[in-house]
Design a binder for this molecule. Structure first.
Ligand SMILES: NC(=O)c1ccc[n+]([C@@H]2O[C@H](COP(=O)([O-])OP(=O)(O)OC[C@H]3O[C@@H](n4cnc5c(N)ncnc54)[C@H](O)[C@@H]3O)[C@@H](O)[C@H]2O)c1
Length: 320
């Protein structure tokens, strides 16, 4: 039975929402947030939080001992676009940080680790349509290289040390509460804010760039469902494909335009186009469906309807 969870990267796009869901299940005081930032009064008001750099194994061990942590969900990472600007930092956080988590867990008896992966594990030589879970993994971005390595490291600890390590490959995650942290799919969030605020968006990808995406409620459900899955029944561990929807910037633009008829868009592709071109257009998630019952709830239409409603509220309150 898991009682105390450490959520590293808890201030990020996914961590900041996942922490609230986990606290509903495990109790406010049993989910400890951790991130690089000093705690603010608002963060501390919501529950326990520590300032922690996962690349510092000593600090990490102290937190695990002090809070009697028995599971770690690691959302701390450097994402694809930021990672291409600083590849060494991406390696340091995504790999050295992860190996600290795995080693400290092994030494201190942490019972379960969930470390997310990404569709960035795929590369230009991977089949692009309905990409299977088991396929060519030769990414060209440093972020992708760290994500493949992370999956393999996790599996190594499962087989070598019998540690319970799980992971899933998120597609681009769309949400409105916390802005994305520098990924290639960030356009699919920024477009809503600019559509509502300025009635115009300049997109950094070409209009026909099809990518797999997912709305945040499905991302949270997938993460928590895999975290709770019966480990003894899993045949795969750290590399589950999950899918919900795929669309191009133009398809998303046309759907948003139904709500905001004056909305206009222009396309000015930058260095992120090359990253996007190396990723799949759609994903086969049949193993996640079979092994732990994964099924998404949102498609592009229902996601856009909900995003428009919530981003309008945020913009009206001047929260962005
Ligand atoms: N958001 C997406 O679209 C997406 C897609 C695929 C995979 N993922 C994966 O999901 C996970 C969470 O992503 P996210 O979108 O929330 O990222 P994010 O960039 O929004 O948040 C990451 C958080 O980690 C923190 N962090 C960075 N370095 C750290 C360190 N050394 N020690 C402690 N904290 C550190 C950052 O301060 C930030 O708050 C990552 O593993 C990411 O690769 C995300």
């Amino acid at each position: 039975m898991i009682k105390r969870i450490l959520l590293s990267g808890s201030n990020g796009q996914i961590g900041s929402e996942l922490i609230e869901e986990l606290r509903k299940i495990y109790g406010r005081s049993n989910v400890i947030g951790a991130d690089l930032r000093e705690p603010t009064p608002e963060i501390l008001e919501n529950g326990p939080y520590v300032k922690l750099d996962i690349t510092n194994a000593h600090e990490l061990a102290n937190v695990i001992k002090e809070y009697k942590i028995d599971a770690i969900i690691n959302m701390a990472a450097i994402l694809s676009a930021v990672g291409e600007q600083n590849p060494h930092r991406a390696w340091n956080v995504n790999i050295n940080g992860l190996i600290n988590i795995l080693e400290v867990s092994r030494e201190l008896g942490v019972k379960r680790i969930l470390n997310p992966s990404s569709i960035a594990v795929f590369g230009p030589t991977t089949p692009k349509e309905n990409t299977p879970q088991e396929t060519v993994l030769k990414p060209t971005s440093m972020y992708g290289i760290t994500k493949v390595t992370g999956e393999l490291l996790g599996e190594y600890y499962v087989r070598k040390y019998n540690l319970d390590v799980r992971g899933l490959r998120y597609p681009g995650i769309i949400s409105y509460k916390t802005l994305p942290g520098g990924g290639t799919t960030d356009y699919a969030v920024a477009i809503f804010f600019d559509a509502i605020k300025y009635k115009h968006y300049k997109c950094f990808l070409k209009k026909d760039t099809m990518l797999p995406m997912m709305y945040m409620p499905d991302c949270l459900k997938a993460t928590i469902d895999l975290f709770h899955a019966d480990f003894s029944k899993l045949k795969h561990f750290t590399d589950f494909n999950i899918a919900a929807m795929s669309f191009t910037p133009e398809m998303l633009y046309n759907e948003i335009k139904k709500y905001l008829p004056e909305f206009t868009i222009e396309y000015e592709p930058d260095y992120r186009q090359q990253i996007a071109d190396s990723w799949p257009r759609s994903i086969d998630d049949s193993l996640a469906r079979e092994e732990w019952g994964w099924a998404p709830s949102y498609d592009m239409e229902t996601m856009v309807e909900d995003m428009i409603k919530n981003v309008k509220i945020k913009v009206e309150k001047c929260e962005y």
